[in-house]
Design a protein around this ligand. Structure first.
Ligand SMILES: [Ca+2]
Ligand SMILES: [Ca+2]
Length: 217
């Protein structure tokens, strides 16, 4: 009888130990879960911070469809000498060697432009040209007229700057409004390597690019 009681006590002790171990293990699991939750919670600000950085970066590199907003961004980027930013804003990309001296040159030219001088805009779904009104000037005591043109290309990400052009008489007449004067299109400008295009058709070869834009692409 006494031996049975001892067995019962030993079994009871084993059961209590097992139950106690179970409670301990359960507590441990809950602690681990809690720890994991803390990690997840701690990751949220990191994820948010990454998203914020992405938004900020997108805002910085966002290319505008407003040509003057684009010009201002190029002026800022060229002034800072930031080639990467400049390349994100211009159509014909350049590397460090090919852009040597270009940044300061672009800054000096673009920084002198006045938005209000560019009174004419020609554009379609692929390109845009801004033009000043012909301006009277005195050259060697002779009265002449000159005009500045800004060429842009519309890309999938927005407007990109292509180039600036300066024209004067007798190259101001541009019948088809494609950025290439009649004198250039009909090769009456004396250029021996001139290739004729149709001065009455913006897109002589029908590929969507205007004649005045295409030669600079
Ligand atoms: Ca033309
Ligand atoms: Ca064309």
């Amino acid at each position: 009888m006494r031996r049975k009681i001892i067995y019962i006590i030993i079994i009871a002790i084993i059961v209590l130990v097992l139950i106690g171990g179970g409670v301990y293990l359960k507590t441990q699991n809950q602690t681990e879960i809690s720890t994991e939750k803390e990690i997840v919670v701690n990751e949220n600000p990191i994820v948010d911070a990454t998203k914020n950085n992405t938004v900020q970066k997108t805002e910085v590199n966002k290319i505008s469809n407003d040509p003057w907003e684009l010009i201002q961004k190029i002026i800022s980027a060229t002034k800072a000498g930031n080639l990467n930013d400049v390349n994100s804003l211009i159509y014909k990309k350049c590397d460090q060697s090919s852009c040597e001296g270009l940044l300061s040159g672009m800054y000096n030219i673009l920084n002198t432009l006045n938005k209000t001088d560019f009174v004419t805009k020609w554009e379609d779904s692929k390109q845009m040209i801004l033009l000043t009104a012909p301006k009277q000037e005195l050259v060697n005591n002779n009265t002449n007229y000159s005009q500045s043109l800004l060429f842009f290309v519309k890309t999938q990400t927005g407007l990109e700057f292509l180039m600036m052009s300066y024209k004067s008489l007798p190259d101001l007449t541009d019948s088809d409004k494609d950025g290439s004067p009649d004198s250039t299109e009909n090769c009456s400008n004396g250029n021996p390597s001139c290739q004729k295009t149709n001065p009455s058709n913006r897109d002589t070869d029908g590929d969507g690019w205007w004649d005045g834009i295409e030669k600079y692409l």
